[in-house]
Write a protein that binds this ligand. Sequence first.
Ligand SMILES: *Cc1c(COP(=O)(O)O)cnc(C)c1O
Length: 505
Amino acid sequence: MKYQSTRGAAKTVSASEAILYGLAEDGGLYVPEQFPAVSPEMLLAWSSLSYPALAAKIMALYLSDFSEEELQDICTKAYGDRFDNTQIAPLVALKKNEQILELFHGPTLAFKDMALQILPYLLTASMKKQQESKKVLILVATSGDTGKAAMEGFADVENTAIHVFYPHGGVSPAQELQMRCQKGKNIALHAVKGNFDDTQTGVKRIFSDVDFAKEIDAEGYRFSSANSMNFGRLLPQIVYYFSAYFQAVHAGAIQMGDVLNFVVPTGNFGNILSGYYAKQMGLPVGRLICASNRNNVLTDFFADGIYDRKRTFYQTSSPSMDILVSSNLERLLYEISQRDTAQVASWMEELNHAGKYQLSPAQRETVLKDFAAGYADDEQVKQTIAKVWNENNMLLDTHSAVAQCVLDHYIENSHDETATVLVSTASPYKFAADVLAAIAPEKLQKIDSSDPFAVTDLLEEATHIPVPEGIESLRKANVAKENVIERDEMKKAVLASVQQWKQQS
Ligand SMILES: *Cc1c(COP(=O)(O)O)cnc(C)c1O
């Protein structure tokens, strides 16, 4: 399997090159030349595999320069005891016709672990295959969860280093604490004055700065990305759509061959795109329901075919979805334009200069065969968390609650009775203050604001759900001081950390 750029002006590469480079040299994203087809017989054979074994089967179809044994070994290491549930991504029944796929059992309590626990293995193996002589420097712009998950995955991994940027004041207290407590000799962390899009734009600029790449090269490093633009991030996410489907069959929620809908809390469009890829391979997926918060640029896109990023940016209670430029949508555009790379390049050019682009009516029709979309504001999120807690005794985090609220509206409007999986992306303890405000607001009044764990303890008191280890362990950890920089200081910060790592080694 080869990979080409969505914008068509970069050379075709192998899987290990796509993973190593992260982004294509024309600024596009690497996409597989075709989707491997999965037959009903294969589905049946796969349905009884363990999570790591299933992951190895699926990844082998895409990573043709990896051997199946190599992938089995990698998947067994990645999806093992760093997860606090042996199913890795368990499916739990919520009510008739609805199951919850819990993707927060990894070390950082958010779905990013599903890919970032395995990416370091895929990347270091790719470096060997490409005989890479430089060390790889991973640059990350994070809205909160990717940063910690990437640091956790890459900490002290040989021949790699990682520099994470997050928007100053734009992530939850637990997310910030998790990042500032991360240990590792090859790690740097900065808060940037601005929002997530400013931070992501800053990182993209560094990636496309040829002169700066030469400077870094002279220091013995090359850049790569662990953001969801890297195909190595998307691929592992395809696996849990298959796993969810098989678990729904085993639970009797559907019969093998029936279609299943998924509702996905969406920001950068990476998670839901993996579901679309699973569908392209032949998994019986009905609609993929794209759930947004008040930053509802995608809801509008699916409603009228116009992507318009020129709008107010809101900070919401679901910060990992506070995004106006969803990078992975470019990979969907590639498919719906029938792989017309010139068309994709010109849309991206329009987005860059005019801030918007528009699909043709026919293209819009095509998209709506696979997708539906909606959004929920913070008040609706709060009500949804309370309702699900009271009626179903299930505690949703703010992101998952966005999806639940959007699903309720979708069913009300469409009368679609297809069984649905809600893709739950974070532990409620990661967003404890907002979750507590929804289910027991009176408790918030007696809070000791000097104690970062006061909310955690109150949430445990209110729900009797045990605090996960990923939060518990932070109580004793050392918190690094916050490094805040201006947007135009990101390059300088990268150079400084490279020089520091060089001195250490
Ligand atoms: C990253 C994240 C999302 C958004 O996922 P995308 O792949 O960027 O669409 C949703 N919820 C949580 C908790 C996340 O960390």
